[in-house]
Design a protein around this ligand. Structure first.
Ligand code: NAD
Ligand code: MG
Length: 395
């Protein structure tokens, strides 16, 4: 029995994970469920899987959850410290890290230090933690398995012996999102619902906007750099609108391996949960004969400036990727809330990156400080009141 803590249980990845786990009651035991403040949904999930612990980031929501779960075996906890305790608890073997954004860094880092098996969906934690996070994985003796579909695909292609020395490069595929072919002159006026209408994947709203701007792919380039220890020059991005090939690896002899499947996150989740075994994910099989074509394009950095910003942040190193990700969170939150326009996202990120000091990130305190500084700058350049967009790492 693998004992699992699911961080971000009420989200899109959280729900897909519970769906896969429910298909294999003999293999997995859900020990803890964690979410931000949707206590009604977490209560429902707790009644179904009866975890030992449930935690809400928001204390008022935790109180409501405790009332709703009175008389059940679930003990209710609250706040970031309790969430970190769950992530490092001796009762837990595997931490599925699916909190969205910087809010997931502290708990994911705690899991790494405690030597857990970490199934990582929360790419922002790795982008922002960078070397600090990878050092914690190594020093804590943790195992890191990627859930992000592209990284999971690459992992599957190189998993034979884990060696990356005979790799020439990796190619991350990107769908191009809802605005791949839209007239660029009309982008200023797009609405949050248009930006969230992803052609192939159903996901949380933040990552959906990131997919529209291709900041998501930029964050994934940085994620791949840390996960696979590859230089920027060995990480390419190719647009593949059908989202059937989830990424590719090119070896020294010119061979390319790709991982394919329907765009259903239950596939990489099932892969990482059962690794090195294979289990049913519930995803429909891919019917090759029904695919009209698989096509590929070079991304246009004029249409998708956020991808170029991510490459620039990776080149700058230190706290630059962290600052970019923090600025992007501020901007996307403001866009989803109707306070800024779509094109302001890239502009706010570029201006923040240009203005922030690049420092080393050697501790969680360094990360919290760099995060707060970047959020302050982002609010200033976007004309937002400082308090309205903070979802601080330290919260
Ligand atoms: P979502 O918005 O649907 O869910 C986010 C979850 O995080 C929710 O359960 C929410 O309650 C929880 N959360 C937010 N702030 C929290 C806090 N401070 N403390 C505790 N819990 C908190 O997002 P999602 O689409 O499921 O994405 C989750 C992560 O997985 C993101 O980092 C995203 O980039 C990554 N990811 C998602 C997909 C996908 O298909 N959805 C694919 C690849 C990677
Ligand atoms: Mg992805």
């Amino acid at each position: 029995m693998q004992r699992i803590a699911l961080l971000g249980a009420t989200g899109s990845i959280g729900e897909s994970t519970l769906d896969v786990i429910a298909r294999h009651p003999q293999r997995f035991e859900v020990v803890a469920l964690v979410a931000h403040r949707n206590w009604q949904k977490l209560a429902q999930q707790c009644r179904a899987v009866r975890p030992r612990y449930a935690a809400m980031h928001d204390p008022a929501a935790a109180r409501s959850l405790a009332q709703a779960l009175a008389g059940t075996p679930t003990r209710v906890l609250s706040g970031n410290d309790d969430i970190c305790s769950i992530a490092s608890s001796a009762d837990v073997d595997t931490v599925l890290a699916a909190i969205v954004g910087a809010a997931g860094l502290a708990s994911t880092l705690a899991a790494a230090r405690a030597g857990k098996r970490i199934l990582l969906a929360n790419k922002e934690a790795l982008v922002m933690g960078g070397r600090l996070f990878m050092d914690a994985v190594r020093d804590g003796g943790a195992t890191l398995l990627p859930i992000d579909s592209e990284h999971n695909a690459i992992f599957q292609c190189i998993d034979r012996d884990g060696a990356t020395c005979d790799l020439r490069r990796i190619l991350l595929t990107a769908s191009g999102g809802p605005f791949r072919t839209r007239d660029v002159a009309t982008l200023a006026g797009v609405t949050p619902d248009e930006a969230c209408a992803h052609p192939n994947w159903s996901m949380g709203r933040k990552i959906s906007v990131d997919s529209a701007t291709m900041m998501n792919k930029g964050l994934e380039v940085i994620e791949a750099h840390w996960l696979f220890g590859l230089p920027r020059a060995a990480i390419d991005v190719v647009i593949h609108p059908q989202s059937v090939i989830h990424s590719l690896v090119e070896f020294a002899d010119g061979s390319m391996l790709a991982q394919m499947g329907n765009p259903d996150m239950r596939i990489p989740i099932a892969h990482a949960l059962a690794h090195p075994a294979r289990i049913d994910s519930g995803a429909a099989p891919l019917e090759l004969a029904r695919l009209a074509a698989l096509t590929f394009e070079v991304p246009d950095l004029g249409r998708f400036p956020c991808l170029g910003l991510a490459y620039a942040a990776l080149d700058a190193g230190g706290s630059a990727p962290l600052a970019l990700s923090a600025a992007n969170e501020v901007a996307v939150d403001a866009f989803l809330g109707g306070r800024i326009g779509y094109l302001d996202i890239a502009r706010g990120c570029a201006d923040t990156l240009a203005r922030c000091d690049v420092r080393e990130v050697d501790s969680l305190d360094d990360a919290v400080a760099a995060d707060a500084a970047a959020r302050r700058i982002a609010c200033t350049v976007l004309g937002l009141p400082p308090a309205s967009t903070m979802t601080s790492l330290a919260a």
